[in-house]
Design a binder for this molecule. Structure first.
Ligand code: MRU
Length: 361
């Protein structure tokens, strides 16, 4: 329970362990889902960085938590904490949460070390800081779910929502129950979800592999579609709202999220369907003025030219070049509202992102 009496289910995606084999950040290996539910114990920072880069652990809020525990892992092992923090922060560039989690944990470590000069004590402090971020994110998820649920009531008449989502934004990206998918789950628990439409999310299939796995676990009525079927689905009038997460939200509200989000926002606007971004304030980067300033990660061509699941069958002739940005940027004018744990920012209610970030400070 948090201090407002909200139940805080912690996500199964990541945990800290310190057993006979030593300290570890233990991940539910997302590269193996849905075929296998296997854990991956990262026992040093290079192993955790590799897990971040291969997307064994992924999704903006969870990357922040992983980064913070990574700094703790280096400290508990007695490794070079400053070097470990630099490696972790650079592991992926777009989700601002990663740098946020690393910076916050490193600041706690430096402060403790400066005060006491005791490495073991500083290691305990940084581990506690990582745990705090983990629980805070679970609390933020619960609050986003509440605000998003309220917004759906305002925007969509009736109680049989047909919602479309992209990528994966549930327990697998969160300390708690997620961002956009957390809102969908809240509607489902109220009996208000008629259908969750899930974009498969090429090229790495986070929708098909991960969101469909989560939807099945929670018993949500759900249907998978190829990304390029979203246009005809929206045209058919079978979507009441589109909900997505975010990896970085610039000061002007421009939102970087999984590639394919921007075309969905264009489609939603064309068809008069609300387009909602759900993200904690740790994803808001007021230091980045606009979408043009967001660094979009470019990934390996092989993710496009080959299927993402074993045995990684090629789908294009050998040597084919591929364009593979991991994210795209949706401009603020296409976003109906941004839901955070501190409330909803939208042109309609006049609340700004900066005000919501300040509300948590
Ligand atoms: C709250 S989850 C929001 C985003 O992190 C999610 O939609 C996304 O784009 C994840 O990308 P990924 O490359 O799988 O880490």
């Amino acid at each position: 329970m948090d201090d407002h009496g909200i139940a805080l289910p912690l996500s199964p995606a990541l945990r800290w362990e310190n057993d006979a084999d030593g300290p570890a950040v233990v991940l539910l290996d997302q590269t193996r889902l849905p075929a296998a539910e296997t854990e991956l114990a990262c026992r040093d920072v290079p192993a955790l960085v590799a897990a971040i880069q291969t997307l064994a652990v992924r999704g903006a809020p969870l990357l922040g938590i992983a980064g913070a525990y990574g700094v703790a892992l280096a400290a508990v092992r007695g490794d070079d904490v400053e070097a470990a923090a630099a490696l972790l922060a650079d592991a992926r560039p777009t989700a601002v949460n990663l740098a946020y989690g690393v910076t916050r944990a490193l600041a706690a470590y430096r402060e403790a070390l400066g005060e006491r000069g005791d490495l073991a004590a500083a290691a305990s402090v940084v581990l506690e800081a990582a745990r705090e971020l983990h629980v805070e994110d679970a609390r933020a998820a619960a609050r986003m779910a509440g605000h998003g649920r309220g917004l759906l009531r305002e925007l969509v008449p009736g109680d049989g929502y047909r919602l479309l989502t992209h990528c994966n934004t549930g327990v697998l990206v969160s300390g708690g129950e997620g961002t956009a998918l957390g809102v969908v789950l809240a509607a489902h628990r109220d009996g208000a979800l008629a259908r969750l439409w899930i974009d498969e999310t090429r090229p790495l299939l986070q929708g098909a592999r991960l969101t469909a796995w989560e939807a099945a676990r929670f018993g949500m009525p759900h249907t998978l579609l190829a990304d390029n079927a979203a246009g005809s689905l929206l045209a058919s009038g079978q979507v009441d709202a589109v909900l997505v997460g975010a990896d970085r939200i610039a000061a002007d509200g421009s939102t970087a999220n999984k590639v394919g989000t921007y075309p969905l926002a264009v489609l939603a606007r064309h068809h008069g369907v609300p387009f909602l971004v759900v993200a904690p304030t740790t994803t808001v980067d007021l230091g980045t003025p606009d979408g043009g300033a967001i660094h979009v990660e470019q990934r390996d061509a092989g993710e496009v030219t080959h299927l993402p699941v074993a045995p990684r069958t090629p789908v294009a002739p050998a040597g084919t070049l591929a364009y593979n940005p991991a994210f795209d940027v949706t401009p603020p004018e296409l976003i109906t509202a941004i839901v955070t744990e501190n409330g909803v920012a939208s042109p309609v209610n006049g609340k700004t992102l900066a005000a919501l970030v300040d509300a948590g400070a």
